[in-house]
Write a protein of this length. Sequence first.
Length: 501
Amino acid sequence: MTEDFDQSARRLPERSPPTGISVLVVGAGVSGLLAALECWRKGHNVRIIEKSLMRLRSGDGFSIGPAAIRALQKWPEMAEENERISYTIWTSWHQINGEKVAGPFPVELNNSDDEETTFNGITRPNKVYRHNRLRFHKMMSDQAERIGIFVEYGKRTVEYYEDAAGQKAGVVLENEERIEADLIIAADGIGSKSSIITMGKEVRARSSGSSIYGGTIPIEVVQADPLMSERFSGVENGIAVVELWQGYVIPFSGENSSNHHIDIRNITACGKEHPIICLGLLLYPNQSDETESWTKTADLRDVLRKTSQIEGWPEIGDRAIRATPKDRIHDFKLVLRESQPCWVSPAGRVAQIGDAAHTFLPSSGNGATQGLEDAVSLATCLQVSMKDSIPWATRVHNTLRFDRVSCLQKIGMINGVARSRPVDEDNPQGTLVGLLGAWLWNHDPEQYAIDNYDKALAHLQDGTTFQNTNVPRGYVHTPWTIDELLDPKKAEEIWLAGSWN
C-alpha cells in the first residue's frame, strides 16, 4: 500500500509525471519489489501484496549482474547500500577430494572495447555483485518504505482474473477478498496461479532426477573450529573465493542411477561488512515423486551417509556438514519446466515476471538478474504505452524479453551438462557457456525497451519483421525442449549457434 511521505527529506530519483495506471504487484521477492519501485519511478500507482506473514528472514547467496544493477543506480540511497553490502568473488576449481586444480581466478566480464562506460551520466557497472539474499531483500524493502510503499503481508493469491470490457484485472485471495487494478504483475514465483490465465493451464514440472543439499554455517561456528577456519578462510588478496568441487562418483547404494555428478560449492566471504558465509551444495540422485519445496530441511545423517560413499571424500567436508545447524541445511528437489513463451493474459491485464514467468536451474547463474531485468522492462513499457494501451505494453514486454530469457534458460541446462564432467589437468574447469559475454552484461533493459518498443509493437500489430538484439550476436531463437538440452550432442550444437561469449 502506498502512503504519504516527505520526498524533500530523501534522496530519491526523479519521478516521471503520473500516468494514472494502477498496478498491483503480487509477490514481494526481489523481482516484485523492484517492479514496485520502478513502477513508482515511472509514475504509476503501486500496491504490493505478499503471501508470507512477514519480511524475508533467511536466505542463501546469489549473484546480480550489471544489467540489473543499472536500475539500482537510479536510486541514490539504494545504490550506496548495494555497494556496501555486496562483495567480490574469485573462483577456484577442485577435484571431488577438495584438491585444487586451478585458480583462484577473478570473475572477468568480456566487455567490448568500444562499449561506452557511461549512460546519461551514470557509470556502467562492470562487475558481478555477490549478495546475501536476506540483506539484498531488506535493502529493496527499506527503499520501498522510504517512498511510502509498504508490503501487505499475509495475503495469499489463489486466483487471477481479468475483465476485458471493464479494462481491469484482479486477484482472489485465500479469504475470498478481491483486489483489482489496471494491471496485475504476477511476481509470486514458482507455481504461481497466474499460469492458468496466461498459458491456460498450470506449468507442470518434471523431475530432473536430482536433488541438492544446501546449508549455511554461521561465522562463529567456522571461526571456532581451527581446521575449518584454516581450510575455508576463503580469501585471496582479501577477496572471497568460491570453491567448485566436481567429479563423477559411483551410484549411491540404494539409488537406482548411473554415475552421477557431485557439485560442491563452499563460498566464504570475510571482513567486518561481509561475515563469513559457507554455502555447501551437494547434488545427488533423487528419483522420488516428492513435490518441490524450498523449505524442506534435510537430516544430517542422510547427507553424511551419501558422502561416506564418495571415494576420496575428505574429512573436512564431513566436518563442515556436521557443523551445520540442523535448521540451516535444506533438501531441494531440482525440477525442470519447459520454456514458457507466453507471460501475458489474453486481455493483456496480467503479466508475469521472474520465476512466475521463467524458472532457472542454479547452473544458469542468472535467475535473480533476469527477474530484475523483467521488472525494469515492464515498468518502462507501461510508461511508453500510457494507460490506454496497457495490453499492448505487456505484449511488447513479453516480445522484448522472451528470446533473451529462453537463451539463458538454455545456458543453465547446457552448463549443467558441462559441469557434470570431472575436473582434472586436461579439463581444469567446466565450460561455463555464455555467462561472461558482453551481450549479457552490457544490456540495459530500460533503454532497450525505449529503443525497441515501437518496432516490437509494429511486429505484433502489422507483422513487420523484428529481431531482438539482446541475445548473442548471430543467435536466432528456435523452440527447444528439455530432452534436447539434456542430450550432450544436441546441447553442443545449440550453444554453437551464435557468439555466446
